[in-house]
Design a binder for this molecule. Sequence first.
Ligand code: HEC
Ligand code: HEC
Length: 304
Amino acid sequence: MADEKKPVETTGHQWDDDEGYPLKEYNNPLPKWWLYTFYATIVWAVIYWVFFPAWPTLSGFTKGTLGWSQYKQLDEEIATAKAAQKPFDDQLAKMSLKEISQDPRLLQYAISGGKAVFGDNCAPCHGSGGIGAKGFPTLVDDDWLYGGSLAAIHETIDSGRTGAMPAHLEAHDGSFNTAQVENLTDYVLSLSNQPHDAAQAFKGKALFNGEAGCNGCHGDLGNGSLKGTMEGEALEASVGAPNLTDGIWLYGGSRKAINQSIAKGRNGKMPAWGSGFEGFGRKLDPLSIKEVSLYVHTLSGGSF
Ligand code: HEC
Ligand code: HEC
């Protein structure tokens, strides 16, 4: 009969058990579709070896007749990406910072470029994301030495800045003795509402706005060259004298750190990356400087 089953092929292995049900190993042929797929993968592998890099050899590897390599592919992809960026870059180069800041799409593009520039060049000093460190100002707050407008930030990055806080102690070529520097320290502590000796701070205040001339840079109220005034006159903003009243410190707000700032002076240096380039790091092209300026501006939540 047609539906009579063929006897099952076995491999000849057989395990007997006590109850008389022997365990046999069948030998079923593989399904045809599986077998042909298997042959196809072998053929594919051989074709692949011929055309693509495949086998390691003593001196390298078989390169394949197509000459394809991951590096070449990467180079091509980078070239394609660069070509796609070109129209944006050309547009950015022509526009002012203000114009870019008013075009959300271009601004987004510029900021992501600026972020990369920042990571490569600025993060070693200012920390990743501009968080700052002792002597290296944080760029994520709205407290600026030289100004947080787009123009001021651009100027800082393009031309560099040097903070010139003179030394005041006699031992460091200043004109004041230890007691006077102590008095000034107490006055600065009082400006930021920290514990201080009131009598000494009183004397310090007289020095600050008198003989020592601190107010010429930090202002009569000690609130820095950006916001401060001396006898009603605005101060020179590019001096970069910090606000001493806000509890944000470049070199530390402890009695000891403040004393050191006054006694020995401080000269933080922000290198120039553009027109003022002096050989520190690598000079950045004008477009990169624009992009990183816009990036820094957004870090502080800068409004446009
Ligand atoms: C070698 C360390 C160093 C590197 C690298 C560096 N900076 Fe600076 N930067 C400084 C110092 C120090 C200051 C503060 C200068 C001062 O004390 O007057 C500063 C100040 C600034 C300021 C002014 C902050 C304010 O409050 O006004 C900006 C903006 C700035 N840097 C951005 C950058 C950008 C963008 C880069 C990368 C292109 C960069 N910096 C790379 C050290 C560095
Ligand atoms: C010529 C301008 C100038 C004069 C005068 C001056 N300062 Fe400064 N001061 C600065 C600048 C600029 C800085 C920031 C230095 C830097 O960026 O490295 C600074 C920094 C400081 C700091 C450190 C602030 C911080 O955030 O860590 C203190 C404290 C200070 N000055 C107090 C004084 C006192 C007190 C006097 C007077 C005895 C004085 N300064 C006189 C310009 C001046």
